[in-house]
Design a protein around this ligand. Structure first.
Ligand SMILES: *Cc1c(COP(=O)(O)O)cnc(C)c1O
Length: 396
């Protein structure tokens, strides 16, 4: 017999009632996340159109990048067409090559692992923590200790024979991963960190912006993120050479010249169009306000879930500040049936709640990839429910 205490049964009625109290009179259905375009988006888009510079060059891209670097506290920001493109470029510039392995979590959006695959590398899945949902530093250290060997300055997976080239922590739902411990382990094994901070613009870890802690950080401005440029992404970094190389490769590796068209390697057309940067700049101007709204909404959810059995509201960890991009609850019962009951009842009530992603190691294309024990990932995925989180819900 296990001496574990049986978790409280999931009180679905009270969960629906708690969400309803927070949402108030907002019209149903209440989407999971909607952009809020109430700043100077229209003005900037018009200015951009009137300038004639709507594409891959122009003032707005530079202004957007400067603002991003300022927000993240990094020396450089290079805007890209998407967060996914940013991840691909970021992994490439830190040295990921065909035949390498890249440590990624399994509890993330598919782009994190796809980016490794675009480099010709193999994603190698490591478990997440129960409370941050980010890569588990303890498990990473233990796993690398068991399977990795340092050889000629490289870290080799002894089981596959492939070099492990980088680690990609994800700041899931806007909550910072445990970067201190992860940085320690990665330094020990000589592995650069590329932060997937696509959900965490404005979040911090011990005062440092998510995305500004590793060798490079990746942001996304897709329509579902805290601020949007319609679609877009960026790489932020303090490393001048890395920033320059990213800029070169994301602009087709074109050699600077007034008229000649020549390229010195195979680059990508990953540069963010100016019309998107115009939208993004207007959105960035509202970041503080949007974070304040989301944190207010999170506090209301946190209050509403106090005393409800069998569930806890997901809160930021000590030493971190979350942008609360997506609010979420964790069900105590480790059962997909309990989660499905919550999803079904809340969606019936007009709240577009969602489960976490299907863990990537279960997807057909990644099923045979190397992996550590993923028991926490599996459990979190069975218990996590994301709640409607649009900033407008706090600003009505
Ligand atoms: C949104 C997101 C991405 C990709 O960003 P796009 O801009 O949509 O390409 C990558 N990783 C995670 C965890 C994301 O949430």
């Amino acid at each position: 017999m296990s001496d574990a205490i049986a978790p409280a049964r999931t009180d679905v009625d009270s969960i629906v009632a708690a969400i309803a109290r927070v949402i108030g009179r907002a019209p149903r259905p209440v989407e999971l996340h909607e952009p809020r375009l109430q700043g100077r988006e229209r003005d900037y888009a018009t200015t951009c159109i009137d300038s004639g510079w709507v594409s891959s060059a122009g003032w707005f891209v530079e202004a957007f990048e400067a603002r991003l670097a300022e927000v993240c506290g990094t020396r450089y920001a290079v805007a890209t067409v998407s967060g996914t493109a940013g991840l691909h470029a970021g992994l490439h510039v830190v040295g990921v090559q065909p035949g390498d392995e890249v440590i990624v979590p399994s509890l993330t959006f598919v782009a994190t692992a796809n980016a490794a695959a675009y480099c010709g590398a193999v994603p190698h899945f490591v478990d997440c923590q129960e409370h941050t949902f980010g890569l588990d530093p303890g498990k990473l250290a233990k796993h690398l200790g068991a399977i990795a060997a340092r050889h000629n300055g490289e870290t080799i997976n002894r089981l596959s024979g492939r070099p492990i080239r980088a680690v990609v922590p994800v700041h899931v739902l806007g909550h910072a991963a445990d970067m201190d411990a992860l940085s320690g382990t990665c330094a020990e094994f000589g592995l650069p960190i590329v932060e997937d901070a696509t959900e965490a613009l404005g979040s911090t870890h011990h005062g440092q912006a998510c995305g500004a802690i590793g060798a490079a950080g990746i942001l996304s401005f897709n329509g579902n993120k805290i601020v949007t440029s319609g679609g877009g992404g960026a790489i932020v970094t303090d490393d001048e050479a890395l920033a320059a190389r990213t800029r070169h490769l994301t602009t087709t590796a074109r050699l600077p010249h007034a008229w000649a068209l020549a390229h010195d390697e195979i680059g990508w057309n990953y540069r963010l169009p100016a019309i998107n940067a115009a939208l993004g700049l207007a959105q960035l101007e509202q970041l503080g306000e949007l974070i304040a709204a989301k944190r207010h909404l999170a506090q209301r959810y946190a209050d509403a879930f106090v005393g409800i059995g069998g569930v806890r509201f997901v809160s930021e960890r000590p030493g971190t500040v979350s942008n609360y991009w997506l609010n979420a609850i964790m069900i105590d019962e480790d059962s997909e049936a309990a989660r499905e009951a919550v999803l079904s009842r809340t969606n019936d009530a007009g709240f577009r709640t969602r489960p976490a992603w299907t863990p990537l190691h279960r997807l057909a294309m990644f099923r045979d990839c190397p992996r550590a024990d993923l028991s926490t990932t599996e459990s979190v995925q069975r218990r996590l429910v994301c709640l409607p989180s649009s900033a407008s819900l706090a600003l009505q």
